[in-house]
Ligand binder design. Structure first.
Ligand code: UDP
Length: 477
């Protein structure tokens, strides 16, 4: 009833944990801080994701935030097994377009619709319905900058990007080393590339672009994207950094509580947390090397283990948290017995935010997904960068070389795996070395800067407040 009188906004996510998490937090901010009614539209499939279900059925949602499920997509009829991750996602999402218009119409008067970066077809629907449409960009500002320039690069660069001798240059971004380019850019003939280009070339249709970052973290890039003539020409909609928006940990399970109780007994900054995002997977050989390296380092650890696979590094993205097989079968023989005094092995999914927040956690071996990156920064924990797919290699390079809060393990020339000695070296470096202390100091500074951005008067808080006021003013037409 009360909701009916509040200004109403719809937020549309794609079915990936790394996207649902920040979009939900964004929705909560609108509801709690700015008194909006938000309908959170989720694209659903019949593929099970325990982690997604847990998140979307959280009993802690504030009143005024409604989760609306779009009719489930029959994944089997629209996708084929040989589709790569991004193509699979984009094809599924496009199916949801069929129901989007009627669902939006049923919601009644909407002040705005905020849309995920992989669902830009929704801009056309909003245009038909005369509702202002905004984009929510779930990765770093530097990646948004790169994405906005992709259509230009696509016109200007002949042949494959991977054949270029020089790093790709974009105003406001550090040069992107060719080996860091994300997978869809490695072959311009494949569907993944075409989908990426399709969405990036529609970003300019947004009335504004929210980004899960903050001005002070990426000040050089922010200046470029808002002032450089290159971006004015595209033209680039207003860019609004509103982050870091970090998930609230959903209610802890009995097992989660045990993990935290174990952490309570460890010395401060002594534990390495190993987790590769919601869907990251390793090959069996790489998992073996990683486990040996962690063991040889003699450091304390919490190790999230998933079933290894040789098929793809993103094998678990659509089924996050559902693989609860016994992880011990994937680890070197005797690993558990030899390390039980100082480590915990966790199958599939851990309460990451709670672990990172715990004072005993002193390092994070991460795939450098953007949510994980923000979560580690606001908890002052340095990284071992272990990028796997999407834009993670670029994030890893920036975090190691520019921000100075990550170390990157080195792969020996001619080898395809990170060996156990190298794992041992970087783990020691971060947990007990001088380098770890330096990085912890740096993350500590960033943590303060993030907190400031989110306070009243801070850059991210004010950016959202301005937008909320604008949407409010559009009322009573
Ligand atoms: N996450 C978690 N437990 C795990 C693995 C991941 O809670 O065991 C959460 C993590 O806290 C983060 C999200 O899943 O919020 C992963 O998002 P990110 O952008 O880092 O990576 P992606 O999943 O998109 O690859």
């Amino acid at each position: 009833e009360i909701e009916a009188t509040k200004p109403h906004v719809a937020v549309v996510s794609v079915p990936l944990m790394g996207h649902i998490i920040p979009l939900l937090e964004f929705s909560k901010r609108l509801v709690v801080d700015h008194d909006f009614h938000v309908s959170f539209l989720v694209i659903t499939t019949k593929e099970a994701s325990a982690a997604q279900d847990q998140l979307l059925q959280s009993p802690t949602f504030p009143p005024g935030l409604d989760v609306v499920y779009l009719p489930p997509i029959d994944v089997f009829s629209v996708t084929t097994d040989d589709m790569l991750m991004l193509t699979r996602l984009c094809v599924m999402v496009e199916e949801s377009l069929k129901s989007l218009k009627s669902v939006l119409k049923e919601l009644g008067e909407l002040r705005a619709v905020v849309i995920d970066k992989f669902f830009t077809q929704a801009f056309d629907v909003c245009c038909e319905l005369s509702i202002p449409a905004y984009l929510f960009y779930t990765s770093a500002l530097v990646m948004l900058t790169f994405s906005l320039s992709l259509p230009t690069l696509d016109c200007e660069v002949e042949g494959e990007f991977v054949d270029l001798a020089e790093p790709l240059k974009v105003p406001g971004c550090p040069p992107f080393p060719i080996e860091d380019l994300f997978d869809p850019l490695k072959n311009r003939k494949i569907d993944e590339y075409k989908w990426l280009l399709f969405h990036c070339s529609r970003f300019h249709l947004a009335a504004g672009i929210f980004v899960n970052s903050w001005k002070e973290l990426e000040s050089v890039t922010y200046k470029a994207i808002t002032e450089d003539p290159f971006f004015k020409q595209i033209p680039t909609p207003p860019v609004l950094p509103v982050g870091p928006l970090i998930k609230e940990e959903p209610p802890l399970t009995a097992r989660d509580i045990e993990y935290l109780a174990w952490l309570d007994k460890q010395p401060s900054d002594s534990v390495l947390f190993v987790a590769l995002g919601s869907g990251g997977t390793l090959t069996a050989d790489q998992l073996t090397e990683l486990a040996w390296g962690v063991e040889l380092s003699h450091q304390r650890f919490i190790f999230v283990v998933r079933k290894p696979t040789n098929s793809s590094a993103s094998a678990a993205v659509f089924t996050a948290g559902s693989d609860v097989d016994n992880p011990m079968t994937y680890l070197p023989e005797g690993f558990l017995e030899r390390t039980q005094e100082r480590g915990l092995v966790v199958p599939s999914w851990a309460p990451q935010v709670a672990v990172l927040k715990h004072p005993s956690t002193g390092g994070f071996l991460s795939h450098c997904g953007w949510n994980s990156t923000l979560e580690t920064i606001i908890n002052g924990v340095p990284l071992i960068a272990w990028p796997l797919f999407a834009e993670q290699r670029m994030n890893a390079t920036i975090l190691a070389e520019q921000v100075g809060i990550a170390v990157k393990p080195v792969v020996k020339p001619g080898e395809s795996l990170v060996g156990r000695e190298e794992v041992e070296r970087v783990v020691r470096l971060v947990i007990e070395g001088e380098k770890g202390r330096d990085m912890r100091r740096k993350t500590g500074e960033l943590k303060e800067s993030a907190a400031k951005a989110l306070e009243i008067g801070g850059s991210s808080h004010d950016a959202l407040e301005r937008m909320a006021k604008e949407w409010n003013a559009e009322s009573n037409v």
